[in-house]
Design a protein around this ligand. Sequence first.
Ligand code: 9WN
Length: 442
Amino acid sequence: MSPETLSTEQLRASAIEVLRLNDLGTMTTAAPNLYPHMWSWDAAFVAIGLARFDVPRAITELRTLLAAQWTTGMIPHIVFTDDDTGYFPGFERWGTAGAAALPAGIKSSGICQPPVHAIALLHILDRARENGGSDREAAESFLAESFDGWLAWHRWLATVRDPDRVGLVEIHHGWESGFDNSPRWDGPYSRVVPGAVEPFTRRDTQHVTDASERPDDEEYTKYLWLVQQMASVGFEDRAVQEVIGFRVRDVFFSGILAASSDVLAGLGEELGRHDEAAELRQLAVRFRDGVASTVDPGTGLARDYDVLAEEWISTDTVSGFAPLVAGGDRILLDRQRQLLRGPQWMGHPDLRFPLPPSTSPTSPAFRPRTYWRGPVWPFLNLLFGWASMRDGQEALSSELRSASLEQLSDLKFAEYYDPLTGRPLGSFAQAWTAAAALEWIG
Ligand code: 9WN
């Protein structure tokens, strides 16, 4: 359906329906079949969408996630429901039951995902303040109740995952980046040599039209090997760093930590937590500088760093725009915006919609239908839109908004889209895609 015939109200109603469909009461599944559990960064975007029509439910989403926080401060990337049949690897296979830092009564994975949560909390507060009354009261009391939890999360990332204080977060699995099989990780994964991995049966490939949209079995064997390595030391932070075969400084994760730390600092100031707010501002500066330090002067894109191979990772992937998320230096950001709108990215002549693909169509690694190797991911566009508004770049935000609304008017709320044909791919009724639609509608 074209956007001319589809009313905003229809899009909004359908998006709300998707969030209701995925709603288990106190948590939202990332997707009905492919992902029947709660994912950390999905939950944050879901909360942004929920806040557009149900502030108390948005608060519940973040409260549920925070209840799964490990005693170290880490927020796990998956909080499992009791449905152990729908997704692989489930709680048993993760082997986190024996981890000392797992809170009692919680079933979770043993790794994390990018910290977009403070940004979601700010959205909830903004909506609640517009609504006033009990929404405002509930959101403000949730801020007071949860601030220390978010602070512990940011502190854990800044210490355990940046022990050398370089302003870049180290990850131990492609899943931690949220960009699972991006060409960014081809180099590091090529050096992961799996030992004996227990036999496994995947479930993900049953829920997509074409299995080649997903990572292949060889990739999965490595993913599971890394999980086994972590489980072999009980997911203890220091020991994991010693044994793990994948250690990469993730620039996009770091950009999000910078942006989110600034937001959380602002919220801390509101609460009168001035010392903690100052600490968070310092973190924001450290990670913003860290992100800026990775920019390749030739390409203008930010880069990841492979700690074990001691080398920079240069790929034409959307994570190269981490400085746009982190904020900061005007000259750097202007150059990045020009690049983003240019012919390698949003301005590529073959794109169905002018939206950044996960990998540039001009890259030899580009695969238009394969997961993080080319498709457009709608939630990412929302993140870039938010950062653009923060930096007073209304024109860019509005370009992203109109193209996104047009893309999402197919009402499939797909996990990702073919950038060349606009075809919806992966899972449909994906919760954070519906949430992005709601937030774009406003
Ligand atoms: C592994 C839930 C998650 C997203 C990730 C996306 C995908 C999982 C998977 O789905 O990853 O965590 O099984 O493929 O890559 O970004 O959070 O939507």
